[in-house]
Structure formats: C-alpha cells, structure tokens
Design a protein around this ligand. Sequence first.
Ligand code: IPM
Ligand code: MG
Length: 388
Amino acid sequence: MGSIGNDQALAPPPSTDNPTYKIASIPADGIGPEVISAGIAVLETLASTYGSFSFTFTHFDWSSDTYLSTGKYIPTNGLEQLRAHDAILFGAVGDLRVPDHISLWGLRLAICQPLQQFANVRPTRVLKGVTSPLSACQADPSKLDWVIIRENSEGEYAGQGGRSHVGQPWETATEVSIFTRHGVERIMRFAYEVARSRPRKRLTFVTKSNAQRNGMVLWDEVHERVRADYPDVTSDKMLVDAMTCRMALQPESIDTVVATNLHADILSDLAAALAGSIGIAPTSNLDPTRKNPSMFEPIHGSAWDIAGKGVANPVGTFWTCAEMVRWLGHESAAELLMEAVENVMGEGVKTKDLGGSAGTKEVTEAVQSEVVRLGKQRGVASGKQGKA
Ligand code: IPM
Ligand code: MG
C-alpha cells in the first residue's frame, strides 16, 4: 500500500535538558477562561516542583466575542503564530449569539484541520471520588480503563456537502463523509501504536460496514492491512451500535478503541458518562508526526450558565494538562498530577457537579498543594531524579 507523505510515522517527544515549553493558550468562551487559568496555575506548580522543565504561556484572545467584534475567530496570520508553539491549551468555544457550526468551524476545526491534528485521543477512567453508574466499575475501577482514538481530520466531519433550492419545499442538503486510504491508514497505525503501548495490548475496531457499504468498507479494508503489522496486539471488530451495549455490559473487555470521527464523538460521551462524569474528560488533538503543535482541551463545553461564578469544575482541564505534559515527554510528572487530582477528589474536595461544595479556586489550590506534597514525598525535584 502506498503512502502519501510521511505522516504514518509517529515521532517521539524531543529530548532536551531543562526544556521550556511554549504553550499557546486559547481560553475562548464561557467557563473556558476560568478553567484554563486554573490549569495554568497547576502546570506552573508542577513545573516548579520538578524544576527540570518549565512553561511560558502566550494568551490568544480568540473567542466568540472577538468574532462578534471583528468578524473572525482567528486573525489572518493566526495559524502561523500557533505553529511557533510547542502545544496549544484550549478552553471551550460556543456562544448563544453565534450558531454552533460557525463557532466550531471558525475556531476549533479551523485549528485541528490545518495543523494536521488527525488523532483525537480520549482516555476514560473512573477517577477517585467519582461515582460510576456501572456498579461493577464502582467496586473495581480497573474494569473501566479505556482510550478512544477518534479520527479527527475527515469522515463525517469533512465539511463536504451543500444546499440547493434554499427555502423551497424541495430544498436539498447533502453531508458527505470522506474516507481516504491515507487518512484511514494513519489513524489505524496510530491506534495500534497506542494499543501496543498499553499493558493489555488490545484494540477494538469500530465500524458500520454492514449498512454503509462504501466508506466504511474502505475503513475495514485498510484496518485489515494495518492489523497485519501488529501481531502482538489482539484486536476485534464491533459494529458501532453493538459497541454501545458492550461498553455498558462488558466494560472490562475493552481497552483501546478506534472509531470514525462521528462514531467516536458519540462513543466518547457514552464512555465519559459510564465513568461517572462528562464534565471531567480530556481530549488531545494530536499531530503524531509533531510537525505541528498538538492541541489539548477539556471535553466539556462553554457552560455559560455557570460562567463567571467561580464554580466551574477544573478537573477536566487538569486531566487535559496531564495529557499535554505526557505528550511533551514527562510521563511521571503527568502521573503525579493525576494522582494529586484523584487524591483531592477522593478527599471530597469537589465541585457541585460531582456532589461536592468546593469552588474552582478551592479545588485548584488543593491540587497545587497535593502536587507539592507528592513531589516532596517522592523527591522529584530536579537533580534528585533526572528526567521527569
Ligand atoms: C466534541 C464535541 C464537538 C464535536 C462539538 C462541540 C461539535 O462534541 O469534542 O466531542 O462533536 O467534535
Ligand atoms: Mg462530542
């Protein structure tokens, strides 16, 4: 099978001594600014605890307010500015004054697509302090530890289609899904690499080729070819509808999942709900070749109803920050941050959406103190342990 370009190859994180990562922050709308500020505070604490890496943040005021006053979410040379960064930390986009498809295509997809962030990664676990509706997973959280890999550059979100005879009774609209051999191959390889890197080395391939007989059949064929290169990974195939039942009924049988843009969009909401909260899940939009910066965002939206009240749950952003730190190559620092988050939630320091009474600031400060405490306990400060 021929490949276009070389974006099938995954690049490792660069290894530099005492790196300073340039992070572009785009808090955008609603609770975005509050949770991103909380995330930055925690990242600063994490960096100073380790002392072996640091961050500089550049803030971009690209939001629905900016769009309403200038007509653009992203200024003319905006993508070039982003390319000068090591990663992007994104808050949330969405505003009642702007139709959702305009805000999404104006900001988030306008970054993901040109920056080749073709792999969207969504881990799901039952964190301490969170109640899963699945009693078996509540009793034993190891029964639900998934990572969903979402194709993030084409499929049902390709933006192909159009409208004719607008306003007539026979008005017609098409929304065409695009599946390219190249696009499918690169996401399959990425998913197999992720599955291989996890202890269970298990991949569930999701499709709907029984009903959709063109794009989905190509999707299946390319998967079969790629699968042959990963004999050490056990894989199985599920139709997307049946996958919802398996997630609810046999969660322990699932580890890594690969699905199309829309299928994974839906499955990842179900995953987050089964793990107890759709408010705390993270997303990484990765360019696995590392030619462009990757973008990290909490899955929750702009939540205007609670914006500015100091009650937004920052945990989705903390988990997102941990995924960013992991992507930048600091695996153990990412683990420490997640441990701090779970300890704090396990002690009941939680926002209202998780049944607690703490505000954003209280949760943030508790996580910062726990990072410092765990850091001291482990002796992680630079010079004592080497690369984080
Ligand atoms: C997500 C969201 C978005 C998507 C929405 C806001 C368009 O649901 O990141 O999963 O479908 O991609
Ligand atoms: Mg979604």
